[in-house]
Design a protein around this ligand. Structure first.
Ligand SMILES: N[C@@H](CCC(=O)N[C@@H](CS)C(=O)NCC(=O)O)C(=O)O
Length: 211
């Protein structure tokens, strides 16, 4: 078939040594599909040396048979195809991209606040809670509608990426972001997160890490 290549012999996914973030959807997808991969977890002490070796100075990075790929959503699409968690239908695939790219836009809005401290961070986070974060939560909830899964009538990379975002926003680890924000603004996304976590393959991934 055109566009198909041989299954990879080796896959290494490099991301920071914590649960969540931009590397998590690909880690979970490979695990759900039972695809062996090297789960390369970088500690921040070694990141400074690694950073200049990446095309854009960021993680995740994927290495497939010696070839390297950056950008989380490109990685998610590739891994999603390998794992059977990315739609084959062109329209459904575009809708999956729409959701993953919206999450990246939200992350982009939130990124400056991670470099702030004290009152400046508080003011910026309150601004985000008052406007930009609810905008994306409501938009994503609108795209979900009354569906069980975002696209294709089944678990895909879009659900994994949004579920991770819901977990992060609700974790209490983000100062000045109320843990009930998602539940209040977009309860259907909070419910989606529960469905994702209850998916047998995802459950098995978290159980492996005692989560
Ligand atoms: N657009 C990139 C953003 C990559 C990015 O900023 N990753 C963060 C972690 S989620 C990172 O590497 N931060 C460390 C740094 O910038 O030094 C992607 O989607 O992969």
């Amino acid at each position: 078939m055109t566009g198909q290549s041989a299954p990879p012999r080796s896959i290494k996914l490099t991301y920071f040594d914590f649960h969540g973030g931009r590397g998590e959807a690909a880690r979970i997808a490979l695990s759900v599909a039972g695809i062996p991969f090297e789960d390369d977890r970088v500690v921040f002490a070694t990141w400074a040396a690694l950073k200049p070796t990446t095309p854009f100075g960021g993680l995740p990075m994927l290495e497939v048979d010696g070839r390297r790929l950056s950008q989380s959503n490109a990685i998610n699409r590739y891994v999603g195809r390998l794992a059977g968690l990315y739609p084959e239908d062109a329209w459904e695939a575009a809708r999956c991209d729409e959701i993953m790219d919206a999450v990246e836009s939200l992350y982009g809005d939130m990124t400056p606040s991670f470099g702030m401290k004290g009152d400046a961070q508080k003011a910026e986070r309150e601004r985000l809670v008052a406007g930009p974060i609810p905008l994306y939560l409501r938009g994503l909830a609108g795209l979900l509608g009354d569906r069980e899964w975002f696209v294709d009538g089944r678990l895909t990379m879009a659900d994994l990426k949004v579920a991770e975002t819901v977990r992060h926003l609700s974790s209490g680890r983000l100062d000045h972001i109320p843990t009930d924000l998602v539940e209040n603004v977009a309860p259907t996304l909070a419910a989606l997160r529960k469905r994702v976590v209850e998916h047998p393959g995802v459950r098995a991934y978290y159980t492996r890490f005692g989560l």
